[in-house]
Design a protein around this ligand. Structure first.
Ligand code: AMP
Length: 216
C-alpha cells in the first residue's frame, strides 16, 4: 500500500510519517529530507537543487521524478510520500512510475490546517546542527534555552524556514500544490485530516482512516 501525505509545509506530515513508518513498517520518502541530505553531502544532485530550495522555489519536476523513480524501483511498495507530489505533473508522473512497477497510490491524506498556523509552527522550528534532532519551541521545546538536549549545541533555523523564504513557500504551495486537492479528491482515495490538532489526535484520525492496514 502506498500513501501520499499532502498539505502545507509545517502541517505535520513529517512528524506523522515518522510515527507511521516506525509503527506500521512503511518506507518514509521525504523529498525535502532527501534533498537536504544531498546538499549536506555536496553531491551533484545537492548542487542542482540548492538554489531552488534556498529561494523557497520548487525543484523542477523532472529532477524530482528521476529521484523518486530511482528510489521506487528498489522498493516493493509500502511507501509513504511526504512532500511529494507537489504539482499535478508530479502526481501524474508518480502514477506512471508506480504503474511501471505494478503499483498505485492507494490513500491520500490531506493535512488541513490554516496558513497562519503553519507559519507560526515553522517560525518555531529549530534543529541541532550536530545530531539533526528537530525541535519546535512551541510544541516540543528543548529542556534548556535553545540548546539540543543530547548535544547541548545551540539550535539552528533551517535557511528556508526564515520569514522571507517561508512567504515564498506559502505562495508556491497555493499556486502549484493546492490544485492537487481537486486532483485527488475525485479519485475516492482522498481523506481530510484535521491537522490543527495535537500530534496524538492527528495520529488517531489517521488510524481511523487507514484502519488496521499495515504496510506489510
Ligand atoms: P520540505 O522539507 O518538504 O518543505 O521541502 C523543502 C524544499 O525542498 C521545498 O521548499 C522545495 O524547494 C524542495 N522540495 C521538496 N520536495 C519537493 C518536490 N516534491 N518538488 C519540488 N521541490 C521540492
Amino acid at each position: 500500500m502506498n500513501m501520499v501525505l499532502l498539505g502545507y509545509p509545517g502541517s505535520g506530515k513529517g512528524t506523522q510519517a515518522k510515527v507511521m513508518a516506525s509503527k506500521k513498517g512503511f518506507t518514509h520518502i521525504s523529498t525535502g529530507d532527501l534533498f537536504r541530505e544531498e546538499i549536506s553531502k555536496n553531491s551533484e544532485l545537492g548542487a542542482k537543487v540548492k538554489g531552488y530550495i534556498s529561494q523557497g522555489k520548487l525543484v523542477p519536476d523532472g529532477v524530482v521524478l528521476a529521484v523518486i523513480e530511482s528510489r521506487i524501483k528498489t522498493l516493493k511498495g509500502n511507501v509513504l510520500f511526504d512532500g511529494f507530489p507537489r504539482t499535478v505533473e508530479q502526481a501524474e508522473g508518480l502514477e506512471n512510475i508506480l504503474g511501471k512497477y505494478g503499483m498505485q497510490t492507494d490513500i491520500v491524506l490531506f493535512f488541513e490546517v490554516k496558513e497562519d498556523e503553519v507559519v507560526k509552527r515553522i517560525s518555531a522550528r529549530r534543529f541541532c546542527p550536530k545530531c539533526g534532532a528537530i525541535y519546535n519551541l512551541l510544541s516540543s521545546p528543548p529542556k534548556t534555552g535553545e540548546k539540543c538536549d543530547a548535544c547541548a549545541v545551540q539550535l539552528s533555523i533551517r535557511d528556508d524556514d526564515k520569514a522571507e523564504v517561508v512567504k515564498k513557500r506559502m505562495e508556491v504551495y497555493k499556486d502549484l500544490t493546492s490544485p492537487l486537492v481537486s486532483y485527488y479528491r475525485t479519485q475516492g482515495i482522498f481523506h481530510v485530516i484535521d491537522a490543527s490538532q495535537d500530534p496524538d489526535r492527528v495520529y488517531s484520525q489517521i488510524e481511523a482512516v487507514t484502519g488496521n492496514k499495515k504496510a506489510v
